[in-house]
Design a protein around this ligand. Structure first.
Ligand code: DGL
Length: 273
């Protein structure tokens, strides 16, 4: 089935739809908000079906099409796939199904790592993202002789969702995942999951000073701006509406801390209907 963006009047306020499996996409939302103060946002967190990162490509594509279909029904002008797992597997399917610009996080994250001078790049992400080799492909497309070392870090997502972003247990887990990459002499560590920037403090401590930490949130927000999604438009108050497939107090509590603003309009949605 094909969907279109609906209203395309020139002076219409921009509306940007963003989705992630949970709270991780908030890191991307925050950067887009800082670049696009006059664009309206619709955030969808598919919390009921989190994690995506341990699921099969087929299921990730199906979930992603459902998330995007819901956001397009809200009359968005642009779709931001603020989930590396969904970007790694579902971007072509989303771009084929929807007639609006679709921005993923893998290309912009890869560009940011190369721009930061990465030559021996450690990529961390969910098992599904790492298995897809999407980052290897994107990094080598920009810089064919770059060295890429990858590591799946499945426990990082539940630690973030639990709010243990700066915790001794998280630091221990980070050592377990990262020490091998660090011994391999990486110069750059690419955070290939939108949940991971919320662990930046711990990850930076474990990685030490010699490793440049790169995440895709800022570069994705810039890509959105370049596509015109962040253009200032006249009049009206900025709004962010949140749809969650499962509402928990913890999501709101953590979301408000990570975002640094109140989450006022939060609604529950059933994506399976
Ligand atoms: N935030 C998602 C990503 O960027 C992963 C979370 C999950 O496994 O659902 O890949």
């Amino acid at each position: 089935m094909e969907y279109s963006a609906g209203d395309s009047m020139k002076n219409k306020r921009k509306k940007i739809g963003i989705f992630d499996s949970g709270i991780g996409g908030i890191t991307v939302l925050k950067e887009i908000l800082s670049l696009a103060p006059d664009a309206d946002m619709v955030y969808l967190g598919d919390c009921a079906r989190l994690p995506y990162g341990t699921k099969s490509p087929k299921t990730i594509i199906r979930y992603s099409l459902q998330c995007a279909g819901f956001l397009v029904s809200k009359d968005i002008d642009m779709l931001v796939v603020a989930c590396n797992t969904a970007s790694s597997h579902a971007l072509p399917a989303l771009q084929e199904a929807f007639r609006i610009p679709v921005v993923g996080v893998v290309a912009s994250g890869s560009k940011a790592a190369i721009d930061a001078g990465g030559r021996r790049i450690g990529v961390i992400g969910t098992p599904s993202t790492i298995r897809s080799r999407a980052y290897d492909t994107a990094l080598r497309a920009i810089s064919p002789d770059v060295q890429v070392l990858s590591k799946a870090c499945p426990l990082f997502v539940p630690l973030v969702e639990e709010g243990w972003c700066d915790d001794a247990v998280t630091e221990q887990v980070a050592h377990r995942y990262l020490d091998d990459l660090l011994h391999e002499g990486i110069d750059t560590l690419l955070l290939g999951c939108t949940h991971y920037p919320l662990l930046k403090g711990v990850i930076s401590r474990v990685a030490g000073n010699g490793v440049c930490i790169v995440d895709s949130a800022v570069s994705t927000a810039r890509a959105v701006a370049e596509l015109g999604g962040a253009r200032r438009s006249p009049g009206g108050e900025q709004s962010v509406v949140y749809y969650l497939s499962d509402i928990s107090e913890r999501f709101i509590e953590l979301g408000e801390i990570f975002l640094g603003r109140k989450m006022k309009d939060v609604y529950e949605v059933d994506l399976c209907v």
